[in-house]
Design a binder for this molecule. Structure first.
Ligand code: GCO
Ligand code: MN
Ligand code: MN
Length: 390
């Protein structure tokens, strides 16, 4: 078993200013930790060690009503912190949810001025991200939705969303930013219902764009869990379509409010299969921890939270390696029935009239097939024991 869980830049771990910088405010109570400046957050990440980069919403870095002089001073401090810690900016995004102007959505607002302002704000946020070298641009439509379907036509809303994304893809191309856009779904919170609620919805939406070559998804563990879905299956669909451009790692109990727990802290087995999937399929994008420390944590515990997020990923990656080379696992996998429609004896992979006729004529021993062993209990138990270091 590998005991070295020390992260390095090659692991491509990133954190957002809003994640480690979360001061512990919730709908029922105020901050429990002092608010840090962007530069102080970068220093904290430097202290955690092995972090590749930091991500931000435009207003995490520059407050929405900052003057030009204030913005310049913040940027100078932030850049100095990046230089002294060796961190870089990997991903940027827009805050299209905090200001009251977005109370009824941004790209999908009923108000054409609000829709125009949302696109204007995003272009400026893209400029800011590019200024710091970000190459992934996330779009999360937190307010794109409704509480009552009396408010808007959901078909019209999708069209508005599509128009905005097409526009911004055009802007990135004209400016030569080279952004890969990663659209992030969530079913609810803060809206009662959010449009494009799951990875599957977004993958289908993306196909409707004028040019979707630079547009993929940013799935988040918690968001698919909030929808009651299997996160690995959502990620698999994105991988299969070559659309996994970014990933938000955290954890979440099913059926609860948006918890943003540390990656792997709630459902380590699901996290294991996710890491195994990402590693087996060679995902080489950023791994962004979109989570925050418990409200009870102090600064030192926030550092532990950041380290723990990365260590858990590496421990699960090591477990996946052990799983793949484990003799018991190999033996159990070898017992599984092989073949079928996409290969194997007498089974045509591709349709033709001949292969169809051959398959049509083939006879099957239904009882023998039904009697084949599927030792999945043993396989799952072995998985659990590997996870427990046995
Ligand atoms: C959430 C979301 C956000 C987004 C972020 C990037 O539930 O609040 O996950 O954290 O990822 O706004 O756009
Ligand atoms: Mn989230
Ligand atoms: Mn997220």
């Amino acid at each position: 078993m590998t005991h070295d869980l020390t992260p390095s830049k090659a692991d491509k771990f990133t954190f957002g200013l809003w994640t480690v910088g979360n001061p512990g405010r919730d709908p029922f109570g105020s901050e429990t930790r002092p608010t840090m400046t962007p530069a102080e957050i970068v220093d904290l990440l430097g202290e955690a060690g092995g972090v590749l980069g930091v991500n931000f919403h435009d207003n995490d870095l520059i407050p929405i009503d900052a003057t030009e002089a204030e913005a310049a001073a913040i940027k100078k401090d932030f850049r100095a912190a990046l230089e002294r810690t060796g961190l870089r900016v990997c991903m940027a995004t827009t805050n299209l949810f905090g200001d009251p102007v977005f109370k009824d959505g941004a790209f999908t607002s009923n108000d054409a001025d609000v829709r125009a302002y949302a696109v204007h704000k995003t272009m400026r946020a893209m400029d800011l991200g590019a200024e710091f070298g970000a190459d992934v641009y996330v779009m999360w439509g937190g307010r794109e939705g409704c509480e009552t379907d009396a408010a808007k036509d959901p078909v019209e809303s999708l069209q508005r969303y599509r128009d905005a994304v097409n526009f911004l893809v055009g802007y990135s191309a004209d400016k030569g930013y080279g952004y890969k856009f990663a659209l992030e779904p969530k079913p609810n919170e803060p809206r009662g219902h959010i449009f494009l609620p799951t990875v599957g919805h977004l993958l289908s939406f993306i196909q409707t764009l004028d040019d979707h070559s630079k547009v993929g998804v940013n799935p988040e563990v918690a968001h698919e869990h909030m929808a009651g879905l299997n996160f690995s299956h959502a990620v698999a669909m994105a991988l299969w379509q070559k659309k996994l451009f970014h990933i938000d790692l955290n954890d979440q109990a099913y059926g609860r409010y948006d918890q943003d727990f540390r990656f792997g802290s709630e459902s380590p087995k699901a996290a294991f299969f996710l890491v195994k999937l990402l590693e087996d399929h060679g995902y080489d994008g950023y791994k962004h921890f979109d989570s925050h420390a418990y409200r009870t944590s102090d600064r030192a515990d926030v550092v532990e939270f950041a380290r723990g997020s990365m260590r858990t990923y590496l421990a699960l990656k090591d477990a996946a390696k052990r799983w793949n080379s484990d003799e018991t696992v190999k033996k159990l996998l070898a017992e599984l029935p092989q073949g079928g429609l996409t290969g194997g004896e007498g089974a045509p992979a591709k349709y033709s009239l001949q292969t169809a006729q051959a398959l049509r004529k083939r006879s099957f021993d239904r009882e023998a097939m039904a009697a084949r062993r599927l030792p999945y209990e043993a396989l799952d138990q072995r998985t659990i024991e590997i996870l427990m270091g046995r």
